[in-house]
Design a binder for this molecule. Structure first.
Ligand code: ADP
Length: 182
């Protein structure tokens, strides 16, 4: 079950929220900065926590597409969030091709798998790579729907998958693609 919603993912109630991170978990802007700020208050502190978690969980200092790092929700616990799952989408800079699509698929699938492994029932995603990384929103949403529809039937715990769009314009575009119709 995919639901498209409009809003700020840092205010959203789901057991897991996904961060559209960069490969070093620097959380310098966009949704990553917003999540870090909302979770820890101090963005630098959440970067420190994230990098430490990355070293523990992956044994290295960067994330490839498809790999994920899990950090605690800290202040986001008040929204019912149990985990923040960091994943890295492709950089597009306005273009789109099969390579970018497969990297985005890996990024989305990695987060879904980890959430399911953790026993999470609901998960909220931002439009990964559709901001600073410049991938076309329509392509991001289409790919998202494809991956989630493929994954959900075999999921153990995951039941609800939310796509949270920040702007009204993106929300309306996404609604058309997912077909909720308004
Ligand atoms: P990327 O570098 O992967 O493109 P961005 O953070 O720049 O990541 O943007 C990803 C998407 O997240 C964009 O569509 C952006 O509008 C959206 N976004 C930014 N802040 C928030 C937020 N607080 N909640 C939900 N989505 C957000």
């Amino acid at each position: 079950m995919i639901k498209v919603v409009k809003g700020d993912i840092t205010k959203f109630r789901a057991e897991a929220i996904v961060n559209a991170a960069n490969k070093y978990l620097e959380h310098g802007g966009g949704v990553a900065y917003a999540i870090a700020k909302a979770a820890a208050g101090d963005v630098r502190e959440y970067i420190r926590i994230s990098k430490e978690a990355m070293r523990e969980q992956l044994g290295k200092d960067w994330i490839d597409h498809g790999e994920v790092v899990v950090t605690p929700p800290l202040q986001l616990e008040k929204n019912g969030v149990k985990y923040v799952i960091h994943t890295v989408g492709p950089y597009c800079g306005g273009s789109w091709d099969e390579d970018k699509k497969s990297k985005l698929k890996l990024a989305i699938l990695g987060a879904l798998k980890k959430a399911d492994e953790l026993g999470v029932k609901s998960i909220a995603f931002p439009a990964i790579s559709a901001g600073i990384y410049g991938c076309p929103l329509e392509k991001v949403v289409e790919t998202f729907v494809e991956v989630v529809k493929e994954f959900l039937p075999s999921a153990k715990s995951l039941r609800e998958v939310f796509l949270v769009l920040y702007s009204q314009e993106d929300y309306e575009k996404a609604l058309k693609i997912v077909g909720q119709g308004g």
